[in-house]
Design a protein around this ligand. Structure first.
Ligand code: ADP
Ligand code: MG
Ligand code: ZN
Length: 646
C-alpha cells in the first residue's frame, strides 16, 4: 500500500545535480590513481642495490660516477674489460639518512660525483600534489551534500519538503478507518465542502480553516487524514512539524511560505501537518532563556501569518495532528486558525471489534476465532495496538505451522503485547522460583476479593518481557471509564498482595516487588493529589495535569506549603499501609490455599482455566474487608505507628 508520491514541479525542471557530483568524483579518483600508480612506472626502473653493497663497490674502486641526491644515489660502474662500447648500466641505491662521510669516501676512492638533477616529472606531481587533495575534498563534499539533499541543490533549502499525493492518492479510504465514528462524521463535512465548494460559498457559509486532530498515539490520526484526502479527491500535502525546523534560522519560515504558496496554486487541496507540537510549542513555555528557540518561533510566526492570510473558501484546508494539544501555542488555537478540534478517543469495545475486522481481512482466520471476545479482552488498546496484535497472532500461527490463525494464537499474542515475550532462557534457582510462585499466587488471591480489578485469567512463573519473572494476567471484563474509590483501594491491595505473600511465607522480602510498589504508590498519590479522595486534604488538586493523551509522564506538583507536602506524604503512606495490612490479613486466612496453589504452580509453571477458577473460588474474605473497602480508611485519621515515623 505504498502511496504514489510525485515530486514537486520545481525540482523536476532542474537537471539532477546528483549525477554531476557522481561523475566529477569518478574523474577525480581516476586522476588520483593515475598520479599514484601510472606516472612513476612510465620511466624504466634501474636495478636497486643495497646501500652497503654500494659502499663496498666504492671501496673496491669499481664505481666510476655517482649522482647523489637526498633520497637516491644513481651510479655507474667502471666498464670491465671487453665491455667498453656498451652503454653502462645505471644502478640505484637509497642512502642511509645523513651519511656525512659519503663525500669523503667518494673522494678517497676517486669517484666522479655530482648532485642529482631535479626529477623531470617532478613538476607534474608537485602540481597534482597541490591541486588534487582540495579537489578530492570538494568532490566528496559535493557528493555528500547532494545525497543528503535528496537531489536538490544548495539553493533549495527554503523549499518545503511536503510530499504531495496527487488527487488524494494515499491508498487509504474511510473504509480502512474504524472505531472512531464521531471523528469520521465530523470530517465528512469537510470532505463534502471540498467536493461541493460552490454550494457552501453561495450560502455564505465559512468553513473552518484549520482542523486539529488530537488523541493518544496510535488512535489513527495520520490514518484519518490520509483517508480524508482520498475521499475528497484533491491534492494532499503531507509534512511533519519537525521537517520545518533546520539548523539555520529562517529556513523553517521559508518552508512554511513555500508550502502555502504551492497549496494556493493547487487549491482545492488539503495541507496536513503531522505532529504539530514539534513546531507549535507554546512560546511562553520556552523558559526564561530564549537561546535556540529563534528558529521555532520564527517558523511558528510564519505559520500564524500564513493562516491569517488566506481564505478557506478558496479551498485550502489545513489539517494538523498532535497528541500534546496542551503544549500548543494559544495563538494557534484561536478562531481563524486551528479553531476546530476533533478529539480521537481510544476505541470502545465495538470500535475495537470493527478495527480488528479491518485488519483481520488481510489474514486467514480459523473458524474458532471470535473477534468480539478479543475486543472484550483488550480494553485500552488503540488502533495501532490492534493492528500489531493481529500481526503478532499471524506470526505466531506461522511459527506454529497452523493452517489459519486460531483463538489460542490470539490469546498468546495478547499476552505478548501486554506482558512481553516469553523468556524461558532466564533460569531461576529453586528459591527464586518459589518466591515468584508465592508472590504471584498472593496477587491472585487478593485480587479475587477486590472489586473492579477484573478476572484472573492466568498465573505463570515463566519469565516474560523485560523484567517480569512471573506474572498474573488479569483481564477486565468490560470497558471502564471511572474508577470508584473502593476499586482504587482494591487495586492497591492487589498490587501489594505479592509482597505480602513473600513476607508471610519467607519472613523476608525480595527485590521482586519493586514494580508493584511503584505502581501502588502512584495510585495512592493520585488518589490524594489528583482525585481528591483524602478527607483531610479534601478535593484540592495538588498536581497539574499536563499530558492528556500520553500516559506515563508524571505531572508536576503545584507549589504547596511544606506542611501540605508533609500531609500529602502522610496520606499516601496511610493508604499504602492500610492496603498492605488488608492484603496480609487476606493471605493469612487463606494460608492453606496459598501454600497449595503455589506448590501446584511450581510444578506446572502455568495455572489457568477451570483449575485456576475452582481454586480461586475457595478464597475466603476476612471480616474487616468490607468495612475497609467501603467506609474507607482513605479518610481515616487514626494515627498509626508508621504515620508517626514521618
Ligand atoms: P497516530 O497518527 O494517531 O499516532 P496512526 O494513524 O499512525 O496513529 O496509526 C497507526 C496504525 O494503526 C495505522 O496505520 C493503522 O494500521 C492502525 N490504526 C490506528 N487506528 C486505526 C483505526 N481507527 N482503524 C483502523 N486501523 C487503525
Ligand atoms: Mg501520527
Ligand atoms: Zn508482583
Amino acid at each position: 500500500m505504498s502511496p504514489v508520491e510525485t515530486q514537486t514541479q520545481r525540482s523536476k525542471k532542474k537537471p539532477k545535480p546528483k549525477e554531476v557530483g557522481g561523475s566529477l568524483l569518478l574523474f577525480l579518483v581516476a586522476l588520483f590513481l593515475f598520479n599514484l600508480l601510472i606516472l612513476p612506472s612510465l620511466s624504466p626502473k634501474p636495478p636497486q642495490v643495497p646501500y652497503s653493497k654500494f659502499i663496498k663497490q666504492v671501496e673496491a674502486g669499481e664505481v666510476e660516477r655517482a649522482l647523489v641526491g637526498p633520497n637516491q644515489i644513481q651510479y655507474i660502474l667502471k666498464p670491465k674489460a671487453g665491455t667498453q662500447n656498451q652503454t653502462p648500466r645505471v644502478f640505484v641505491t637509497i642512502p642511509v639518512a645523513l651519511d656525512l662521510d659519503l663525500p669523503k669516501i667518494l673522494r678517497e676512492h676517486d669517484v666522479e660525483f655530482a648532485a642529482l638533477p631535479p626529477n623531470n616529472t617532478g613538476w607534474v606531481s608537485t602540481l597534482l600534489g597541490w591541486v588534487l587533495p582540495p579537489l578530492i575534498f570538494f568532490g566528496i563534499w559535493a557528493w555528500l551534500f547532494n545525497r543528503t539533499q535528496g537531489g536538490a541543490a544548495a539553493l533549495t533549502v527554503g523549499k518545503s519538503k511536503a510530499r504531495i499525493y496527487s488527487q488524494g492518492n494515499t491508498g487509504v479510504s474511510f473504509a480502512d478507518v474504524a472505531g472512531i465514528d464521531e471523528a469520521k462524521a465530523e470530517l465528512q463535512e469537510i470532505v463534502d465542502f471540498l467536493k461541493n465548494t460552490d454550494r457552501y460559498v453561495r450560502l455564505g457559509a465559512k468553513i473552518p480553516k484549520g482542523i486539529l486532530l488530537v488523541g493518544a498515539p496510535g488512535t489513527g490520526k495520520t490514518l484519518l487524514a490520509k483517508a480524508i484526502a482520498n475521499e475528497a479527491g484533491v491534492p494532499f500535502f503531507s509534512i511533519s512539524g519537525s521537517e520545518f525546523i533546520e539548523l539555520f534560522v529562517g529556513v523553517g519560515a521559508a518552508r512554511v511560505r513555500d508550502l502555502f504558496e504551492q497549496a494556493k496554486q493547487q487549491a482545492p487541496c488539503i495541507v496536513f501537518i503531522d505532529e504539530l507540537d514539534a513546531l507549535g510549542k507554546s512560546r511562553a513555555a520556552a523558559g526564561p532563556f530564549p537561546v535556540g528557540n529563534d528558529e521555532r518561533e520564527q517558523t511558528l510566526n510564519q505559520l500564524l501569518t500564513e493562516m491569517d492570510g488566506f481564505d478557506a473558501n478558496k479551498g485550502v484546508i489545513i489539517l494538523a495532528a498532535t497528541n500534546r494539544p496542551e503544549v500548543l501555542d494559544p495563538a494557534l488555537r484561536r478562531p481563524g486558525r486551528f479553531d476546530r478540534q476533533i478529539v480521537i478517543d481510544r476505541p470502545d469495545k465495538s470500535g475495537r471489534k470493527a478495527i480488528l475486522e479491518i485488519h483481520a481481512k488481510h489474514v486467514k482466520l480459523a473458524p474458532d476465532v471470535d473477534l468480539e471476545k478479543i475486543a472484550a479482552r483488550t480494553p485500552g488498546f488503540v488502533g495501532a495496538d490492534l493492528a500489531n496484535l493481529v500481526n503478532e497472532a499471524a506470526l505466531l500461527a506461522a511459527r506454529r505451522r497452523h493452517e489459519a490463525i486460531t483463538m489460542a494464537d490470539f490469546a498468546e499474542a495478547i499476552e505478548r503485547v501486554v506482558a512481553g515475550l516469553e523468556k524461558r532462557s532466564r533460569v531461576l534457582n529453586e528459591l527464586e522460583k518459589k518466591t515468584v510462585a508465592y508472590h504471584e499466587v498472593g496477587h491472585a488471591i487478593v485480587a479475587t476479593l477486590m472489586p473492579g480489578v477484573g478476572k484472573i485469567e492466568k498465573i505463570s512463573i515463566v519469565p516474560r518481557g523485560v523484567g517480569a519473572l512471573g506474572y498474573t494476567l488479569q483481564l477486565p471484563e468490560e470497558d471502564r471509564f471511572l474508577m470508584l474509590e473502593s476499586e482504587l483501594r482494591g487495586r492497591i491491595a492487589t498490587l501489594l498482595g505479592g509482597r505480602a505473600a513473600e513476607e508471610l511465607i519467607f519472613k523476608e522480602v525480595s527485590t521482586g516487588a519493586s514494580d508493584d510498589i511503584q505502581k501502588a504508590t502512584d495510585f495512592a498519590e493520585r488518589a490524594v493529589t489528583l482525585y481528591g479522595m483524602s478527607a483531610t486534604l479534601g478535593p484540592v488538586a495538588f498536581e497539574k495535569i499536563q499530558q492528556q493523551f500520553l500516559d506515563g509522564y508524571p505531572n508536576p506538583r503545584r507549589s504547596v506549603s511544606p506542611k501540605t507536602a508533609e500531609q500529602i506524604d502522610r496520606q499516601v503512606k496511610e493508604i499504602i499501609d492500610s492496603a498492605h495490612q488488608i492484603a496480609l490479613s487476606v493471605l493469612q486466612i487463606n494460608r492453606d490455599l496459598l501454600d497449595d496453589t503455589a506448590k501446584i504452580l511450581l510444578q506446572k509453571e502455568i495455572l489457568e482455566g477451570d483449575e485456576l477458577r475452582s481454586r480461586l473460588g475457595q478464597v475466603k474474605a476476612p471480616p474487616e474487608l468490607d468495612s475497609w473497602l467501603h467506609t474507607g480508611s482513605l479518610n481515616s485519621q487514626q494515627p498509626t505507628n508508621s504515620v508517626n515515623e514521618i
